[in-house]
Ligand binder design. Sequence first.
Ligand code: ZN
Length: 136
Amino acid sequence: MNFRSWLARAAAGRNGMDRLNIFIYVVSAVLLAVSVLVPGRAGSLFGSAGLVGIILGMFRAMSRNTVKRSTENQAYLRRTAKLRKSLSEQRTRFEQRKDFRFFKCPSCKTMMRVPRGKGKISVTCRRCGERFIRNS
Ligand SMILES: [Zn+2]
């Protein structure tokens, strides 16, 4: 049996990496990095917390109880859905900032995008039909 097939057999039936695990590893890495920078007892507390995170992530990846791990992952995704959506919208706005201006509808708060440099324009909200004037 070569290493590759051994690895495939070892991973079979296990949870492996999921989004929650990625999050756990990122937080652990930050905690470990902080522990190096912070001297004394506080530093070792960060280090311990980081190690606990790494161990938890390994446990979740190796776990054979994939139903329970999947439930945890889904709960994590549900709880962070709003935050992740808002971060991805901010990123889109940042990437498109040179070509578009972004406005919130004064009535329903929907985000809208208009091309830059068209002067004063009348914007009609696609969702609620509210009209307002903005400088593009
Ligand atoms: Zn609206």
